[in-house]
Design a protein around this ligand. Structure first.
Ligand code: GDP
Ligand code: GDP
Length: 437
């Protein structure tokens, strides 16, 4: 699971600027989950080989009694609760305020790893102006300038240090024969109902998996001769040997579960159609490269007109997932559930497909013979050979010359040919072009 870093501090100290700096841009906001997280933004970040999630919070006013400030404080407390490490941002120019003391007291009581960042410190002679911040009792004061990009790397390094992060290589050692599955979707689409239906049907082989960290719960089980591991998104709770899904939506859990899964079952609600939140989550799944199966739940509760509407909306708003299988189900009435398993297994197989260099190269040459890439000015791209660059998602690396002139349309044409040949249903496919000079 990716660790989570929360940025907290009173308004205007530069949290958003720091968020942009750490995630590299606002574009990194993976999910606003409109309506749920008014004052929180979630972004993906990477430093060296470590990937993590950053939460930018609204202003923190722990003593505010009512109104928007209360709401912001609540949002921030939730973000802090979800975080593995807190970066407390203060304003090096503005100096200490009473609010800073309140926040520091709150954070000290929590006992969560906390790193103190004095922002807007560009051009300041450290030791001198920053000494007052030691009063907060949070240890080392890290002088940074979010606006100028100073001190950010070492701040992040210090923040991630106590988490004892595993190397990426450890992740790769996971058992390929176990299908890691996450059920994602916004609140109320029926995730808990579906999971409880499954868990009630299956004979669960519940055991503790080594290496599951923090409070994440996953449920290993077998079905139809295949081994699965259901990763928690719906707030799975363990009661002795029995698991139960409770209603509790957490954006961080959802993002982490998607990242750790091989296959994501994205659940939509037929009675609501495709909402912005659905599209956000779908976009995030695509970006993560995970295999995906779509299921529209509550099919029992909609009439013929609504059914047609929903299917149209899916074509229009989730067109980017058209490689995924789509199922119409009722978790409550246990309808249409068996084919979902088949699609999950199929998507997993597609995601893990092994493609040999000779076959890929032959397919590439056949595709070029069928339709060569267009000349662009003086350049005609020359596609020479292809090999596989990764799994889950499958990556096909194509080598040649002048490949920067290959159009997106031509890439889609190639993608279509590869997809068809390898029967890649349910997984994103990435094509990378490498020009040799
Ligand atoms: P937030 O309310 O904590 O999210 O703060 P913002 O990121 O919106 O920043 C508040 C103001 O501080 C903006 O005008 C920023 O341009 C400014 N600011 C942010 N970081 C720095 C910095 O490193 N140096 C200076 N001088 N100004 C900064
Ligand atoms: P979650 O927040 O995604 O876990 O959603 P829940 O599983 O808690 O379901 C939300 C509501 O939708 C509950 O009232 C369920 O009874 C209802 N629900 C779930 N699945 C179905 C279904 O297939 N058909 C109908 N009609 N209602 C359903």
């Amino acid at each position: 699971m990716k660790p989570v870093m929360a940025l907290v501090g009173r308004p205007n100290v530069g949290k958003s600027t720091l968020f942009n700096r750490i995630t590299k841009s606002r574009d990194a906001i993976v999910a606003d989950f409109a309506g749920l997280t008014r004052d929180r933004h979630y972004g993906n970040a990477r430093q060296g080989k470590h990937e993590f999630i950053v939460i930018d919070t609204g202003g923190f006013e722990p003593t505010a009694e009512s109104g928007i400030f209360m709401e912001m404080a609540k949002q921030t407390r939730q973000a802090v609760a979800e975080a593995d490490v807190v970066v407390f941002v203060v304003d090096a120019r503005g100096g200490l305020s009473a609010q800073d003391h309140d926040i520091a007291n709150y954070l000290r009581k929590l006992g969560k790893p906390t790193v103190l960042a004095a922002n807007k410190a560009e051009g300041m002679t450290e030791g001198v102006q920053l000494t007052e911040f030691y009063e907060l009792g949070l240890g080392e004061v890290h002088a940074v300038s979010a606006a100028h990009g100073q001190g950010i790397r070492s701040l992040v390094e210090v923040a991630l240090e106590p988490l004892g992060l595993p190397d990426d290589e450890d992740e790769a050692a996971v058992n390929e024969s176990v299908i890691k599955l996450a059920v994602a979707g916004r609140p109320n689409v029926g995730k808990s109902t579906l999971i409880n239906t499954w868990l009630g049907e299956e004979r669960l082989v519940a055991f503790d998996l080594p290496g599951t960290t923090r409070d994440a719960i996953s449920v290993p089980f077998e079905r139809g001769g295949k081994r699965y591991e259901l990763i928690d998104t719906a707030g799975l709770r363990r009661k002795g040997k029995v698991f139960e899904a409770i209603e509790k939506f957490s954006v961080v859990k959802t993002l982490q579960a998607i990242e750790s899964a091989n296959v994501v079952l994205l659940l939509l609600d037929a009675t609501q159609g495709v909402t912005d939140q659905d599209a956000h989550i779908a976009g995030y799944i695509l970006e993560s490269g995970r295999a995906v199966v779509l299921a529209i739940n509550k099919w029992d509760a909609v009439d013929a007109y609504q059914r047609e509407q929903v299917q149209r909306q899916i074509e229009a708003r989730l067109a980017f997932l058209k490689f995924a299988a789509l199922h119409l189900i009722s978790a409550k009435k246990r309808q249409g559930l068996t084919p979902v398993w088949q699609s999950i297994a199929q998507a997993h197989q597609a995601a893990m497909t092994k493609m040999s260099t000779p076959v890929l190269t032959r397919l590439l040459q056949e595709a070029v013979q069928f339709q060569a890439p267009k000349r662009s000015g003086m350049f005609r791209p020359k596609l020479r050979y292809a090999h596989q660059g990764g799994m889950n998602p499958p990556v096909i690396v194509i080598h040649g010359n002048s490949l920067e002139h290959v159009t997106d349309a031509y890439k889609r044409f190639l993608e279509g040919r590869f997809r068809k040949e390898f029967n890649l249903i349910g997984t994103p496919l990435r094509i990378e072009l490498k020009t040799s000079h």
